[in-house]
Unconditional design. Structure first.
Length: 83
């Protein structure tokens, strides 16, 4: 009975090791590396798009603030009058 238990444990561990090695080998294959690079590039592009969108929104908000300040006759840094 003990021997059968350890044979089962050995088989289970062997299967897990083979699956892990297969996944690792697939990840380092040309296709796996290309997929990983593609995923990284897509993530980088998404981050850049998000940054640019945030920058556009911030610029638009700041432009509104500056326009409002000029229309009211005060700009940042002191009381200036619009011509």
């Amino acid at each position: 009975m003990r021997r059968l238990f350890w044979i089962g444990v050995g088989a289970a561990v062997g299967i897990l090791v083979v699956r892990k090695i297969s996944r690792t080998a697939e990840a380092y294959s040309p296709k796996g590396l290309a997929d990983s690079a593609r995923g990284s590039a897509i993530g980088l592009l998404d981050s850049v798009r998000d940054f640019l969108e945030d920058a556009r929104v911030a610029m638009a908000e700041h432009e509104v603030e500056l326009t409002r300040a000029l229309q009211e006759g005060t700009a940042e840094g002191g009381a200036h009058r619009a011509p």
